[in-house]
Design a protein. Structure first.
Length: 301
C-alpha cells in the first residue's frame, strides 16, 4: 500500500513507529505536513496539493492531526475521503472526539458511564452548575484543552465559583465535572483498534498533580482491565465512530467512567508500558480494511 500520514512533526515517536511498522510490512508511507496542504474545492473533482504536486495516488491515509489544527486538518482529511481514499479514522469521528461537549453528549446518549458533567452559558448560573456537579471539589475543563492543559481542580466551593466565573466572564466555554476522589490521581488508558482492546495501561500523575498525563510527568504501567472496563472502552470507540483511539477512564465507586476519547493517541507510553507492538497492530488493521471508497461518510458533515 501507499499510505499518507497527516502529521506536522515527523520526529515524534508515534510517527516514526508507524512509518517503521509500515515499511517492515512492505508498504510505502509518506508523512505530509497537514498545514502545508491546500485544496481545490471543485465540483466532482476534489483535489489536494502539497509542495506544488497533486496528491491522489494513495491507498490509505493515517490522520495524526494536532488539536490546534483540528478544523483545517479535518478539512484536508475530507478531501482525501471524497477522493475515495481510506482513512484510518474518519473526519467526522475525529471532529466528534475533539469536541468535548459533543463527545460527552454522544457517550451519554449510548449509556456509557461518565462523571457528572455540567455545561452552561450564563455565569450567573454558577451556583446551579455547582449543585448539579455535586459540589466542590470539581474539575473545570476547557472544551478545547488537550494533554491536561486547561484542566483545573477547584478544591473549595469558593475557588470553584471564582474559576468558573472567570472563564465564563472571558467568554470561554468550559465543562464542570465531579471529581472522582477514589481514583487517587490515576486513570486507565485502553487502546482500541477495530473494536478490540489490544493494550491497556494505568497512568499515575506526578506528585502533587491530579492529572495523570504522561506529558506532564506522569508514569505508566501495564494494567488488567475488568470485563466492564473493556466493554466500556469498546462501546466508547463505537459511539464516536473511531477505528483507533485511546479511551481514558477512571475507576469510580460506581464502575468505570470515561473522561476522554483520544482519536490520535500517542504510542510511546502504551508501547513502553505493555511491550505490545501497537504501531504494527494499526498497520495490520489497515491491511485488512483499506479499500477504495470504503469511507462511510465520504466527506459528509
Amino acid at each position: 500500500m501507499k499510505i499518507a500520514m497527516l502529521a506536522r512533526n515527523p520526529n515524534l515517536y508515534s510517527h516514526k513507529r508507524l512509518k517503521e511498522a509500515a515499511q517492515q510490512r512492505g508498504h510505502e508511507l509518506e508523512i505530509i505536513n497537514t498545514t502545508r496542504c491546500y485544496m481545490n474545492i471543485a465540483s466532482r473533482r476534489p483535489e489536494i496539493y502539497y509542495n506544488g504536486q497533486k496528491l491522489s495516488w494513495y491507498d490509505a491515509v493515517i490522520p495524526r492531526i494536532g488539536a490546534s489544527v483540528t478544523f483545517y486538518g479535518t478539512a484536508v482529511l475530507r478531501q482525501f475521503e471524497m477522493q475515495g481514499i481510506y482513512p484510518l479514522n474518519e473526519s467526522v469521528a475525529i471532529g466528534r472526539s475533539r469536541d468535548k461537549l459533543r463527545s460527552m453528549q454522544l457517550l451519554a446518549r449510548d449509556g456509557i458511564g461518565l462523571p457528572v458533567t455540567t455545561f452552561a452559558h450564563d455565569p450567573k448560573q454558577t451556583a446551579e452548575v455547582m449543585e448539579v456537579a455535586g459540589g466542590a471539589p470539581v474539575v473545570v475543563k476547557l472544551l478545547e484543552g488537550t494533554q491536561g492543559i486547561g484542566v483545573v481542580l477547584a478544591d473549595t466551593e469558593r475557588s470553584a465559583i471564582s474559576v468558573i466565573e472567570a472563564f465564563r466572564g472571558a467568554n470561554i466555554n468550559i465543562l464542570v465535572q465531579e471529581f472522582i476522589k477514589e481514583a487517587g490521581g490515576t486513570d486507565i488508558r485502553a487502546f482500541v483498534i477495530g473494536g478490540k482492546v489490544i493494550a491497556a495501561m494505568q497512568r499515575t500523575g506526578a506528585e502533587g498533580d491530579f492529572r495523570s498525563n504522561l506529558h506532564r510527568g506522569g508514569s505508566a504501567q501495564v494494567v488488567k482491565l475488568s470485563p466492564e472496563e473493556r466493554a466500556t472502552a469498546i462501546r466508547s470507540a463505537k459511539s464516536l465512530g473511531l477505528n483507533v483511539c485511546g479511551v481514558d477512564m477512571l475507576r469510580s465507586n460506581h464502575g468505570p467512567v470515561v473522561m476522554e476519547v483520544n482519536s490520535s493517541p500517542g504510542l510511546e507510553g502504551i508501547e513502553m508500558a505493555t511491550g505490545i507492538d501497537v504501531a504494527g497492530r494499526i498497520i495490520d488493521f489497515m491491511e485488512k480494511h483499506a479499500q477504495p471508497g470504503k469511507t462511510q461518510t465520504k466527506g459528509k458533515g
